[in-house]
Design a protein around this ligand. Structure first.
Ligand SMILES: CC(C)(COP(=O)(O)OP(=O)(O)OC[C@H]1O[C@@H](n2cnc3c(N)ncnc32)[C@H](O)[C@@H]1OP(=O)(O)O)[C@@H](O)C(=O)NCCC(=O)NCCS
Length: 199
């Protein structure tokens, strides 16, 4: 990982950065673009019923895909996609919660054929780093209690269970960032870079 990327993550993500998966495939991660509505919709349509049932930030229709793409440049959200052969194969975002803008809400889905290869973890680390750089206090998410893979991933990144949804089917999880001093000296990002270097 070059020094330039350390300093310029937001800028590099506009063009895209390469990430290696456990199986050796190399994918591109970049910000969602306004022109991605169609391919984002295709990605949602191709998720298996199980993956769709676990991913729940918005409905799976064309309008939802286009709304997300239209919001691509908003300062109140961070929306990433991973692509392989120019097809979207993962989506990860945080968006402001109307009442809790210091703790944006995370959503993530990886295409079934690319799951369990380390992509979700790498995307989560980028989302976390960008949230820190934008002075958020942390991130929150809801996760179905039976989604053991996602829960393992979130807990290993430091998310804690802080409650459950009204229907009691999901945990509410929160990652609180360390104090500002640690953020300023870039500890979190160095951790992420060491992860990337290991790949
Ligand atoms: C959940 C999801 C985003 C994770 O992304 P991913 O790329 O598959 O995850 P990764 O490979 O980066 O990490 C998975 C981790 O869970 C572990 N894992 C895999 N299956 C597991 C299981 N059944 N129980 C517990 N842990 C499991 C893996 O070993 C890995 O941990 P490690 O890095 O410590 O070895 C992805 O699987 C997905 O899109 N699922 C469907 C939609 C969804 O559930 N979205 C989340 C909504 S809250």
């Amino acid at each position: 990982m070059s020094q330039a990327l350390e300093e310029d993550l937001d800028e590099k993500l506009k063009e895209g950065i390469q990430l290696s998966l456990r199986n050796g495939l190399v994918v591109m991660v970049r910000k969602l673009r306004r022109t991605d509505g169609e391919s984002f919709y295709k990605f949602m349509c191709n998720l298996s019923p199980y993956s769709r049932s676990m991913f729940h930030p918005h409905p799976f229709d064309k309008q939802a895909a286009e709304r997300a793409a239209a919001d691509a440049d908003s300062p109140n959200s961070c929306r990433l996609v991973a692509t392989y052969s120019d097809e979207i194969i993962a989506y990860a975002c945080w968006t402001h919660h109307i009442f809790r803008s210091h703790f944006p809400i995370v959503s993530i889905a990886v295409a079934d054929a690319f799951q369990n290869q380390g992509l979700g973890r790498q995307l989560m680390k980028i989302l976390i780093e960008i949230a820190k750089r934008r002075a958020k206090r942390g991130l929150e998410l809801d996760v179905y209690k039976e989604n053991t893979r996602a829960i393992h991933l979130y807990e290993s990144l430091g998310f804690k269970r802080i409650g459950e949804t009204l229907d009691k089917r999901q945990y509410v999880m929160r990652l609180e960032f360390e104090a500002q001093a640690d953020q300023k000296n870039g500890r979190g990002f160095k951790f992420m870079l060491s992860f990337w270097r290991r790949r």
